[in-house]
Design a protein around this ligand. Structure first.
Ligand SMILES: O=C(Nc1cccc(C(F)(F)F)c1)C1CCN(c2ncnc3[nH]cnc23)CC1
Length: 315
């Protein structure tokens, strides 16, 4: 269970690793154990203004009871008059997005490995009747051994949408399933669509249906078929075709066995699912941790910011 009895004094703030207008993420050390952790600080007024209290509370309560090797653990949660603090396990490998943008694209074994970690994480959330909805490279982190984990949802940067309404969908829409855009509600099948979008982007370097024009993007997600680069393997193309089915009831993974037909697809033939769940499969890439605490795996723009207990302007 998450410990609520700690306070900011129990931590030494070391470096900024993520920042937005309403919050930031710091690399911190827990003073009594020396443990390195990621502390997410959010401004209450910002969340309240966007009536995200309920959303944040439910997401947090979800996170508190989830324990899985490929889901970032929430270790501590506490608050001050103005702020909420969530202390999560630290992944020194940084965001998957950081590595994907530098590598342009991943080879199939690497993409398959990260996708398989995500299949197990999503399968676990679905077993708790939780739909993740937010699978995208920025929400996937690499731990010290090179395994991929999904980060805390509901508190991630995209989930607190601005209330202009213009951005009525959370964050970048590339991975949104058609049924979300068509406002037909969304069940577990949306996560399998997003898995397809993640695999596509890891193998090609671009999200599916990539266009700068938001309107065209929505229309193509809703109505167009995806075209696959010729270098994709037949297994990859076949799996992606079955995940990019617009009708969620016909999509792979939407049946009563949820992830089973996905795990048994030839694209994942190299994965020993039991071994992976026990973290006994060797990751394809070891993050470079030479620089202290792996900070080389985070954007430079954050590192020059002061690591202080303040968020936003009026704090
Ligand atoms: O949250 C992030 N950035 C970000 C960007 C804008 C706004 C905000 C918010 F306002 F919510 F604070 C956050 C990133 C994702 C989480 N990050 C983690 N890195 C390492 N270990 C981790 N363990 C858990 N998370 C991480 C890297 C940073």
């Amino acid at each position: 269970m998450v410990d609520h009895s700690v306070s900011i004094e129990d931590f030494t703030l070391l470096s900024v690793i993520g920042k937005g207008s309403y919050g930031k993420v710091l690399l911190v050390r827990k003073n009594n154990t020396g443990e390195m952790l990621a502390m997410k600080m959010l401004r209450k007024d910002f969340i309240a203004r966007r009536n995200q209290i309920e959303h944040t509370r439910t997401e947090r309560s979800v996170l508190e009871r989830v324990n899985h090797p490929y889901i970032v653990k929430l270790k501590y949660a506490f608050q001050s008059p103005k702020k909420l603090y969530f202390v999560l396990e630290y992944c020194p490998g940084g965001e998957l997005f950081f590595h994907l943008s530098r590598a342009q694209r991943f080879d199939e074994p690497r993409a398959t490995f990260y996708a398989a970690c995500m299949v197990l994480a999503i399968e676990h959330l679905h077993s708790l009747n939780i739909v993740y909805r937010d699978l995208k490279p920025e929400n996937i982190l690499i731990d010290a051994e090179g395994y991929a984990k999904i980060t805390d949802f509901g508190l991630s940067k995209e989930n607190i949408v601005d209330n202009t309404g213009a951005q009525s969908f959370c964050g970048t829409p590339e991975y949104l399933a058609p049924e979300i855009l068509a406002k037909q509600g969304h069940g577990k099948a949306v996560d399998w669509w997003s898995l397809g979008a993640l695999i596509f982007e890891m193998l090609t370097g671009l999200p599916p249906f990539y266009t700068r024009d938001r309107e065209k993007l929505f229309n193509s997600i809703l109505h167009e078929d995806i075209n696959f680069p010729s270098y994709l393997s037949n297994n990859a193309k076949d799996l992606l075709q079955r995940l990019f089915v617009k009708d969620p009831s016909q999509r792979l993974g939407c049946g009563p066995n949820d992830s089973e037909p996905i795990k048994s697809h030839p694209f994942f033939e190299s994965i020993n699912w039991g071994a992976l769940l026990r973290k006994e499969m060797r990751p394809p890439f070891l993050p470079n941790l030479s620089n202290e605490h792996g900070l080389n795996n985070f954007e430079d723009e954050f590192k020059k910011m002061p690591a202080v207990d303040s968020v936003g302007k009026d704090s």
